[in-house]
Design a protein around this ligand. Sequence first.
Ligand code: GH3
Ligand code: MG
Length: 537
Amino acid sequence: MTEDNQKEKLKQHFARRVTTQARVVLDTWQKARESADQAEILHRDLSSATEKLVRYAQRFEMEKHAAAGERLLEILKRWAPESPLASDVQDDLQNAMDKLSQCTLRRTDQDLEEAPRTYLRTPVYVALCEMEMAHRLIKQLEFFGFRAAAFEDAESLMDACSRHKPETILMDVNFGGSPLSGIATVEALQERHDTPIPIVFMSDEDGSIETRLRASRSGGEEFFYPSVDPGQLIEKIETYTHGNTVEPYRVLVLDDSRAQAKFMENVLTRAGMKAHIITEPMQIIRALDEFSPEIIVLDMYMPGCTGMEIARVIRQQDRLHSVPIIYLSAEDDVSKQLHAMSLGGDDFLTKPIDPKHLIATIHNRGRRARSLLALMIRDSLTGLFNHTHTLHLLDQEIVKARQRDQPLCFAMLDIDHFKKINDTYGHPIGDRVLRSLSMFLKQRLRKTDHIGRYGGEEFALILPGTRESDAKNVINEIRERFAELLQPAGAQEFNVTFSCGVAAWNGENAQALCERADRALYEAKRLGRNNVVSAAG
Ligand code: GH3
Ligand code: MG
């Protein structure tokens, strides 16, 4: 081993120690939040764990971890041991923890194995009459990267909720022991929060309309009767925990009046949207390419050309066919408005614009456009990108990788002996397996990665900015964890594995890259399945 090699190995070894300690800190924080001895745990355990983290991080020169740890210590010192935890201190602590978990999440060679994705999520609370079932479910949830906790009685659940609002609660209608006592607990809980907690109700005994109504009124988003298998429940829980992260709408505004454009930018930004403003019609093509807007707002009359002419040009491009176009003008002649709409517009707003009206229109159009787009580019069973869109994304990522001179990996993944799963347990269970793998991948890959359903039981991963060894490590970890996951099928359970071929981009086009990944996948199958194989160069 060369000296450099040795140094690198040592560095990795120590880096792991820092990330492990960071994990202990995050763990202690979570434990404290759910415990009645919160203050004591924070003062005693959290302080000492953090001190250790800072010491390690300084010694091994991991500045980000050191800074995050120091910030934590500062906050802890500010807070006197005998006083209760004030909400501003609690917020500061949470922010510092978020920072810490972010630096722990960074996917470098060193902390790849440690990445504790789960800490970024708020918990799912499980309130079922049968503790055994609750614990089984929690185990499954944890496999998917959720943090979950079970409760024995209404009191401890209420207590935990007041300390940490959960993302969702899975609730037995009769939780607590008597008929409908679960719903009563939820009613009491919701009164304490400004925004209701989404609840997934289940019942073995009572599916009557009266009960369903009462459950729904108390914030019940789902009602399972008679009770369901864990796979289905987890899928629902996934919906409620992911729906919250809505990306801001990207709105492109073309208006030749600088003042009007500025006003629009202000209104849109304040409403939490991403606005890109241009005042020169000839910049439109470039803005479309670079900003890829989801909604376009066009002024009707500009020097040189009209908004309607611009709309026609936009509509001539296939990929922009479904992007909503909203016209903006002082025009109040209805027949002219209708004419403008017939040329590819979706809405017409007259100046002066009422900001509320503008925002409402953009929201409505944007939401609809997103759901239409999702139908076009996503696979309906798994919600992943479909084959065509995956290839389109791969083309785009190749262009970016070339521009930025960055690595890029493409992986093909195929479930092992899937036909047998269908034959043994039936097609619906097969479908459930496909969804469970797709959720698993979504949970464990970065936001910047793209996941596609390439074919029946074949998935494709595009991993920008990733070297082959990193890609292989990440996928291998996913493979091992997925293989441990128990797939429920009625009273039975089974395990599923997948094989994968990874190819690092070497300057070739998308087709050649796919072919290499495909050959590596074939090789992975040939070598006995349940493994990840790198493509030949
Ligand atoms: P190998 O380990 O070699 O990949 O074997 P395999 O059985 O997974 O591969 P094979 O290509 O023989 O079978 C794939 C099966 O996947 C056949 C097809 O019926 C099934 N399949 C494809 N799409 C779907 C789907 O959407 N849902 C379900 N349930 N099954 C599907
Ligand atoms: Mg297969």
